[in-house]
Design a protein around this ligand. Structure first.
Ligand code: AVJ
Length: 334
Protein backbone atom coordinates (compact mmCIF):
# COMPACT_ATOMS: atom_id res chain seq x y z
CA UNK A 1 0.00 0.00 0.00
CA UNK A 2 1.38 3.37 -0.96
CA UNK A 3 0.23 6.68 0.49
CA UNK A 4 1.57 10.10 1.32
CA UNK A 5 2.59 11.27 4.75
CA UNK A 6 0.35 13.57 6.78
CA UNK A 7 1.77 17.05 6.90
CA UNK A 8 1.28 20.48 8.37
CA UNK A 9 1.34 23.39 5.89
CA UNK A 10 5.08 24.00 6.14
CA UNK A 11 6.00 20.39 5.47
CA UNK A 12 6.58 18.42 2.31
CA UNK A 13 4.72 15.21 1.73
CA UNK A 14 6.83 12.15 1.13
CA UNK A 15 5.69 8.87 -0.39
CA UNK A 16 5.31 6.08 2.16
CA UNK A 17 4.63 2.37 2.00
CA UNK A 18 3.22 0.51 4.98
CA UNK A 19 3.75 -3.25 5.07
CA UNK A 20 3.51 -3.56 8.82
CA UNK A 21 -0.19 -4.40 8.93
CA UNK A 22 0.74 -7.67 7.24
CA UNK A 23 2.54 -8.78 10.40
CA UNK A 24 -0.54 -9.56 12.41
CA UNK A 25 -1.23 -8.55 15.97
CA UNK A 26 -2.06 -12.18 16.81
CA UNK A 27 1.38 -13.24 15.68
CA UNK A 28 2.99 -10.64 17.97
CA UNK A 29 0.90 -11.70 20.98
CA UNK A 30 1.74 -15.33 20.28
CA UNK A 31 5.47 -14.58 20.09
CA UNK A 32 5.44 -12.62 23.34
CA UNK A 33 3.43 -15.28 25.19
CA UNK A 34 5.52 -18.18 23.87
CA UNK A 35 8.56 -16.48 25.36
CA UNK A 36 6.88 -15.98 28.73
CA UNK A 37 5.50 -19.49 29.12
CA UNK A 38 8.55 -21.56 28.21
CA UNK A 39 11.36 -22.88 30.41
CA UNK A 40 13.81 -20.03 29.98
CA UNK A 41 11.59 -16.99 29.90
CA UNK A 42 12.47 -14.36 27.35
CA UNK A 43 11.06 -11.35 25.50
CA UNK A 44 12.61 -10.36 22.16
CA UNK A 45 14.66 -7.17 22.29
CA UNK A 46 12.78 -5.85 19.28
CA UNK A 47 9.93 -5.04 21.67
CA UNK A 48 12.00 -2.49 23.61
CA UNK A 49 11.10 0.30 21.23
CA UNK A 50 7.66 1.66 22.03
CA UNK A 51 7.50 5.45 22.40
CA UNK A 52 8.95 5.41 25.92
CA UNK A 53 11.55 2.81 25.01
CA UNK A 54 12.69 4.79 21.98
CA UNK A 55 13.08 7.92 24.11
CA UNK A 56 15.02 5.99 26.73
CA UNK A 57 17.27 4.55 24.05
CA UNK A 58 17.90 8.08 22.73
CA UNK A 59 18.92 9.00 26.26
CA UNK A 60 21.22 5.98 26.44
CA UNK A 61 23.03 7.09 23.29
CA UNK A 62 24.01 10.31 25.07
CA UNK A 63 25.35 8.64 28.23
CA UNK A 64 29.10 8.90 28.85
CA UNK A 65 29.33 5.12 29.36
CA UNK A 66 27.52 4.25 26.15
CA UNK A 67 30.36 4.80 23.69
CA UNK A 68 28.72 2.96 20.75
CA UNK A 69 26.63 5.68 19.08
CA UNK A 70 29.17 8.43 19.64
CA UNK A 71 32.00 6.31 18.28
CA UNK A 72 30.06 5.22 15.22
CA UNK A 73 29.27 8.85 14.46
CA UNK A 74 32.93 9.79 14.63
CA UNK A 75 33.77 6.94 12.25
CA UNK A 76 31.00 8.00 9.86
CA UNK A 77 32.19 11.60 9.84
CA UNK A 78 35.70 10.50 8.99
CA UNK A 79 34.80 7.91 6.36
CA UNK A 80 31.73 9.41 4.69
CA UNK A 81 33.61 11.04 1.83
CA UNK A 82 35.30 7.79 0.93
CA UNK A 83 31.94 5.99 1.03
CA UNK A 84 29.60 8.57 -0.48
CA UNK A 85 31.80 11.14 -2.25
CA UNK A 86 31.07 9.70 -5.68
CA UNK A 87 27.55 8.36 -5.15
CA UNK A 88 24.94 8.80 -7.87
CA UNK A 89 21.99 6.84 -9.27
CA UNK A 90 21.56 4.95 -6.05
CA UNK A 91 18.90 3.99 -3.55
CA UNK A 92 20.23 4.41 -0.01
CA UNK A 93 18.24 2.07 2.20
CA UNK A 94 18.55 2.54 5.94
CA UNK A 95 17.28 -0.32 8.10
CA UNK A 96 15.93 0.67 11.52
CA UNK A 97 16.48 4.28 10.55
CA UNK A 98 15.10 5.96 13.69
CA UNK A 99 16.56 9.49 13.80
CA UNK A 100 18.20 11.38 10.94
CA UNK A 101 21.63 12.05 12.43
CA UNK A 102 23.61 9.10 11.07
CA UNK A 103 22.34 9.25 7.52
CA UNK A 104 22.96 13.02 7.53
CA UNK A 105 26.64 12.37 8.11
CA UNK A 106 26.68 10.21 5.00
CA UNK A 107 24.52 12.53 2.89
CA UNK A 108 26.87 15.41 3.74
CA UNK A 109 29.37 13.78 1.42
CA UNK A 110 27.05 13.17 -1.53
CA UNK A 111 27.84 15.93 -4.08
CA UNK A 112 24.90 18.36 -4.25
CA UNK A 113 24.67 17.91 -8.03
CA UNK A 114 24.17 14.13 -7.59
CA UNK A 115 21.40 14.45 -5.01
CA UNK A 116 18.68 14.36 -7.64
CA UNK A 117 19.76 10.86 -8.62
CA UNK A 118 19.84 9.62 -5.03
CA UNK A 119 16.79 8.29 -3.24
CA UNK A 120 16.79 7.74 0.51
CA UNK A 121 14.60 4.87 1.72
CA UNK A 122 14.27 4.79 5.51
CA UNK A 123 12.83 1.51 6.82
CA UNK A 124 11.43 1.48 10.33
CA UNK A 125 8.47 0.14 12.27
CA UNK A 126 7.73 3.66 13.50
CA UNK A 127 5.90 5.91 11.04
CA UNK A 128 6.49 8.93 13.29
CA UNK A 129 10.25 8.35 13.27
CA UNK A 130 10.30 8.17 9.47
CA UNK A 131 8.18 11.29 9.03
CA UNK A 132 10.14 13.38 11.49
CA UNK A 133 13.52 12.49 10.07
CA UNK A 134 12.27 12.93 6.48
CA UNK A 135 11.24 16.53 7.23
CA UNK A 136 14.68 17.33 8.59
CA UNK A 137 16.44 15.71 5.63
CA UNK A 138 14.28 17.45 3.03
CA UNK A 139 15.17 20.77 4.59
CA UNK A 140 18.89 20.03 4.87
CA UNK A 141 19.36 18.24 1.55
CA UNK A 142 17.20 19.94 -1.07
CA UNK A 143 16.67 17.76 -4.13
CA UNK A 144 16.99 14.48 -2.23
CA UNK A 145 14.18 12.04 -2.98
CA UNK A 146 12.74 10.12 -0.03
CA UNK A 147 10.44 7.11 0.09
CA UNK A 148 9.55 5.94 3.61
CA UNK A 149 8.88 2.27 4.30
CA UNK A 150 7.08 1.12 7.41
CA UNK A 151 8.07 -2.52 7.82
CA UNK A 152 9.72 -5.12 10.03
CA UNK A 153 12.94 -5.34 8.04
CA UNK A 154 13.92 -8.72 9.46
CA UNK A 155 10.85 -10.36 7.97
CA UNK A 156 10.02 -8.01 5.11
CA UNK A 157 13.29 -7.24 3.33
CA UNK A 158 11.74 -8.31 0.05
CA UNK A 159 9.10 -5.57 0.29
CA UNK A 160 11.62 -2.75 0.20
CA UNK A 161 11.39 -0.83 -3.09
CA UNK A 162 14.36 0.03 -5.23
CA UNK A 163 15.47 -1.63 -8.41
CA UNK A 164 18.37 0.74 -8.82
CA UNK A 165 21.85 0.28 -7.50
CA UNK A 166 21.56 -0.10 -3.73
CA UNK A 167 23.52 1.00 -0.71
CA UNK A 168 22.06 -0.65 2.38
CA UNK A 169 22.92 0.91 5.74
CA UNK A 170 22.44 -0.97 8.99
CA UNK A 171 23.97 1.11 11.74
CA UNK A 172 24.26 0.93 15.51
CA UNK A 173 25.36 -2.71 15.87
CA UNK A 174 21.70 -3.66 15.87
CA UNK A 175 22.75 -6.82 14.02
CA UNK A 176 24.25 -7.81 17.39
CA UNK A 177 20.74 -8.46 18.68
CA UNK A 178 20.49 -11.49 16.41
CA UNK A 179 22.07 -14.81 17.34
CA UNK A 180 25.17 -15.64 15.30
CA UNK A 181 23.11 -18.07 13.26
CA UNK A 182 20.31 -15.55 12.65
CA UNK A 183 22.84 -12.89 11.71
CA UNK A 184 24.30 -15.21 9.08
CA UNK A 185 20.87 -15.91 7.67
CA UNK A 186 20.14 -12.19 7.63
CA UNK A 187 23.42 -11.48 5.83
CA UNK A 188 22.37 -14.05 3.23
CA UNK A 189 19.05 -12.24 2.79
CA UNK A 190 20.82 -8.87 2.53
CA UNK A 191 23.35 -10.23 0.06
CA UNK A 192 20.57 -11.49 -2.17
CA UNK A 193 18.86 -8.08 -2.29
CA UNK A 194 22.03 -6.46 -3.65
CA UNK A 195 22.96 -6.36 -7.29
CA UNK A 196 26.59 -6.79 -8.35
CA UNK A 197 28.41 -3.66 -7.27
CA UNK A 198 25.86 -3.01 -4.52
CA UNK A 199 27.11 -2.11 -1.05
CA UNK A 200 26.22 -2.82 2.56
CA UNK A 201 27.40 -0.53 5.36
CA UNK A 202 27.20 -2.34 8.66
CA UNK A 203 28.00 -0.91 12.11
CA UNK A 204 29.36 -3.46 14.60
CA UNK A 205 30.49 -3.13 18.19
CA UNK A 206 33.84 -4.88 18.77
CA UNK A 207 34.90 -7.35 21.43
CA UNK A 208 36.81 -5.45 24.11
CA UNK A 209 37.54 -5.59 27.81
CA UNK A 210 34.72 -6.69 30.03
CA UNK A 211 34.76 -3.64 32.25
CA UNK A 212 34.09 -1.18 29.48
CA UNK A 213 31.35 -3.35 27.98
CA UNK A 214 29.58 -3.89 31.28
CA UNK A 215 29.70 -0.20 32.20
CA UNK A 216 27.97 0.66 28.91
CA UNK A 217 24.99 -1.47 29.97
CA UNK A 218 25.04 -0.56 33.68
CA UNK A 219 25.15 3.22 33.55
CA UNK A 220 25.35 5.39 36.63
CA UNK A 221 22.11 7.22 35.91
CA UNK A 222 20.33 3.87 35.61
CA UNK A 223 18.72 4.75 32.29
CA UNK A 224 19.54 1.30 30.90
CA UNK A 225 17.79 -0.18 33.93
CA UNK A 226 14.65 1.85 33.10
CA UNK A 227 14.96 0.86 29.45
CA UNK A 228 15.20 -2.82 30.39
CA UNK A 229 12.23 -2.69 32.78
CA UNK A 230 10.12 -0.81 30.24
CA UNK A 231 9.93 -3.91 28.06
CA UNK A 232 7.45 -5.26 30.64
CA UNK A 233 5.21 -2.25 30.00
CA UNK A 234 5.45 -3.03 26.31
CA UNK A 235 4.52 -6.67 27.02
CA UNK A 236 1.57 -5.46 29.10
CA UNK A 237 0.36 -3.32 26.20
CA UNK A 238 0.86 -6.02 23.60
CA UNK A 239 -0.35 -9.09 25.48
CA UNK A 240 -2.56 -7.61 28.22
CA UNK A 241 -0.38 -8.95 31.03
CA UNK A 242 -0.09 -7.18 34.40
CA UNK A 243 3.65 -7.11 35.09
CA UNK A 244 4.87 -4.60 37.65
CA UNK A 245 8.28 -3.57 36.24
CA UNK A 246 9.42 -2.41 39.70
CA UNK A 247 9.30 -6.00 40.91
CA UNK A 248 12.30 -6.80 38.72
CA UNK A 249 15.99 -6.11 39.02
CA UNK A 250 18.10 -5.07 36.01
CA UNK A 251 20.94 -7.47 35.21
CA UNK A 252 23.49 -6.90 32.44
CA UNK A 253 26.77 -8.78 32.09
CA UNK A 254 29.28 -9.86 29.49
CA UNK A 255 29.08 -13.52 28.50
CA UNK A 256 32.57 -14.19 27.24
CA UNK A 257 31.81 -17.64 25.79
CA UNK A 258 29.36 -16.03 23.38
CA UNK A 259 31.07 -12.62 23.13
CA UNK A 260 27.86 -10.89 24.03
CA UNK A 261 26.23 -8.63 26.58
CA UNK A 262 23.16 -10.26 28.04
CA UNK A 263 20.37 -8.34 29.71
CA UNK A 264 17.89 -10.00 32.02
CA UNK A 265 15.15 -9.00 34.46
CA UNK A 266 15.29 -10.83 37.78
CA UNK A 267 12.13 -11.24 39.87
CA UNK A 268 12.47 -9.77 43.39
CA UNK A 269 9.55 -11.90 44.62
CA UNK A 270 7.46 -14.85 43.47
CA UNK A 271 4.55 -13.57 41.40
CA UNK A 272 1.55 -14.63 39.38
CA UNK A 273 0.96 -12.78 36.14
CA UNK A 274 -2.49 -12.54 34.62
CA UNK A 275 -3.02 -12.68 30.88
CA UNK A 276 -6.44 -12.53 29.16
CA UNK A 277 -5.23 -14.89 26.42
CA UNK A 278 -4.12 -17.67 28.78
CA UNK A 279 -6.28 -19.89 30.96
CA UNK A 280 -3.80 -19.99 33.80
CA UNK A 281 -1.53 -17.43 35.38
CA UNK A 282 2.15 -17.19 34.49
CA UNK A 283 4.13 -18.14 37.60
CA UNK A 284 7.45 -16.40 38.13
CA UNK A 285 9.58 -17.66 40.98
CA UNK A 286 11.60 -15.35 43.18
CA UNK A 287 15.02 -15.00 41.52
CA UNK A 288 13.78 -16.26 38.16
CA UNK A 289 14.98 -14.26 35.18
CA UNK A 290 13.48 -13.07 31.92
CA UNK A 291 16.08 -12.77 29.18
CA UNK A 292 15.49 -9.49 27.33
CA UNK A 293 18.52 -8.91 25.14
CA UNK A 294 21.65 -10.33 23.59
CA UNK A 295 24.02 -7.77 22.18
CA UNK A 296 26.74 -9.66 20.33
CA UNK A 297 30.19 -8.15 19.96
CA UNK A 298 32.40 -8.82 16.96
CA UNK A 299 35.96 -10.01 16.36
CA UNK A 300 37.70 -9.94 12.96
CA UNK A 301 36.76 -13.59 12.61
CA UNK A 302 33.07 -12.80 13.20
CA UNK A 303 33.24 -10.08 10.54
CA UNK A 304 34.75 -12.51 8.03
CA UNK A 305 31.98 -14.98 8.83
CA UNK A 306 29.37 -12.29 8.12
CA UNK A 307 30.93 -11.62 4.72
CA UNK A 308 30.99 -15.30 3.88
CA UNK A 309 27.38 -15.78 4.94
CA UNK A 310 26.29 -12.83 2.79
CA UNK A 311 28.33 -13.82 -0.23
CA UNK A 312 29.93 -10.39 0.05
CA UNK A 313 33.44 -9.04 -0.10
CA UNK A 314 34.85 -6.85 2.66
CA UNK A 315 35.61 -3.66 0.80
CA UNK A 316 36.68 -1.47 3.73
CA UNK A 317 36.74 -1.55 7.51
CA UNK A 318 36.56 1.86 9.16
CA UNK A 319 37.26 1.98 12.90
CA UNK A 320 38.04 4.53 15.59
CA UNK A 321 41.63 4.56 16.78
CA UNK A 322 40.81 2.41 19.82
CA UNK A 323 38.99 -0.14 17.66
CA UNK A 324 35.96 0.08 19.91
CA UNK A 325 33.55 0.06 16.99
CA UNK A 326 33.74 -0.61 13.26
CA UNK A 327 31.85 0.35 10.17
CA UNK A 328 32.20 -2.43 7.61
CA UNK A 329 31.67 -1.69 3.95
CA UNK A 330 30.74 -4.91 2.16
CA UNK A 331 30.50 -5.14 -1.62
CA UNK A 332 28.64 -7.60 -3.78
CA UNK A 333 30.94 -8.86 -6.48
CA UNK A 334 30.14 -8.81 -10.15
C1 AVJ B 1 20.40 -0.74 19.68
C2 AVJ B 1 20.79 -3.04 19.92
C3 AVJ B 1 22.59 -1.59 19.43
O1 AVJ B 1 22.71 -3.53 22.03
O2 AVJ B 1 23.75 -1.72 22.56
C4 AVJ B 1 21.40 -0.26 24.54
C5 AVJ B 1 20.45 -1.56 22.53
N1 AVJ B 1 20.49 -2.15 24.95
N2 AVJ B 1 21.49 -0.50 25.86
C6 AVJ B 1 22.77 -2.31 22.12
C7 AVJ B 1 20.78 -1.32 23.96
C8 AVJ B 1 20.93 -1.64 26.10
C9 AVJ B 1 21.61 -1.45 21.62
N3 AVJ B 1 21.32 -1.72 20.20
Amino acid sequence: MKFYSETSSTETRIPMSNFLREVSEDETIQTVLDGLTCDHKHISSKYFYDETGSKLFEEITRLPEYYLTRTEQIILERSSFQIAGKLKNVDIIELGSGGSSKISLLLNSVPAESRGSVRYIPVDISQAAIENSAQILIRNFPGLKIHGVIADFEKQLNRIPGDANRLICFFGSTIGNLSRKESHKFMGDLGRTLQPGGMLLLGVDRVKDRDMLEKAYNDNKKITEKFNRNILNVANNLAGTDFDPDMFEHIAFYNEDHSRIEMHLKAKERMRIFCPYLNSKIIIEKGETIHTENSHKFTSRHIEELALAGGLEIHNIFSDRNKWFSLIQFRKNV
